[in-house]
Write a protein that binds this ligand. Sequence first.
Ligand SMILES: C[S@@+](CC[C@H](N)C(=O)[O-])C[C@H]1O[C@@H](n2cnc3c(N)ncnc32)[C@H](O)[C@@H]1O
Length: 315
Amino acid sequence: MTKVGWNALAEWRDFRMGEVGDLWHRALIDPSLLAMVGPVRGLTVLDVGCGNGYLTRRFKRRGATRAVGVDASIGSIRLARKREAAHPSGAEFVRGDAARMPRFPAGAFDRIVANMSLMDIRDAAGTIRELARLLAPDGRLVFSLSHPCFDIDERSAWVVERHPYRETVARKVEGYRHERPVRVPWKLSETEMAYTTSYHRTLATYSRYLHDAGLAILRMAEPAPKPEIVRKSPQGPYIAAIPLHLVVEAAHFDRAVHASPPLASRGPSGQRGPASSRKGVGPTVGSVGRTRERRGAPHRRRRAGRGSVGGPRRR
Ligand SMILES: C[S@@+](CC[C@H](N)C(=O)[O-])C[C@H]1O[C@@H](n2cnc3c(N)ncnc32)[C@H](O)[C@@H]1O
């Protein structure tokens, strides 16, 4: 039997995700994502494309003053509310399109999280604009994706070569620049398949959407597997070598300069030291430095400081 869309998957995913996430979330994606989100005590948090809401509920239990999960799938929202009714945390769940959330006022959320959902959202540009509107002036957006460079569904694959005494693993990617909707298969059981639609976009496209929405990238992470996943999944050792996920942290341009830590970089005379310690040079990270230049900030044009800038979900 074949099913289509996120509603058709809602129960199956709810069973797998439970209250802590499945193996891929627990032992691979979420540790990097949650490290970037940081403590949420006393903060308002929006969880975009929340699915069964396990993360929304976790934020509320960890002391968020308000934690709201939004998802377009009514089946997922019903299951999230059912969990909430059984074990109340105070989290709220709303059905809606992430690209249009007029019910929330501008700047309503200190942290906005989109865990493995942006690549499944058709209007990612509109969604990122809407998230920028909802983000508090000194707030931070953190999202995870199937890695746009290494995991582009049916056009990417592991290439494993067995030599007499060793094995090499590479990742093959075709048609990277060809942005398109992709039909994603999910094997629910031996007799049942479901399909959802995902949207492959290049890394540069995500960066442009953020930039156009007035957001600057602060950090990126490419989650490495915990030992549990290396043990339990045949792909674990491969992911230890080549990442299949990307986590991005962004903030409003003007606030990003203050949010980012000072980074070691080479000064005009070649010495190394924190960029902020040199006269007339504020902390710069990637596009943040360029933004300041465009806005005519009084510092010399120079290379941005080196930063920390730099799986599969269908398994
Ligand atoms: C891969 S699931 C991730 C769910 C959850 N964040 C997790 O990690 O388990 C992607 C989710 O995005 C939701 N989604 C897709 N399009 C959306 C939209 N336009 N607005 C809000 N949610 C959307 C889907 O319903 C689905 O629950």
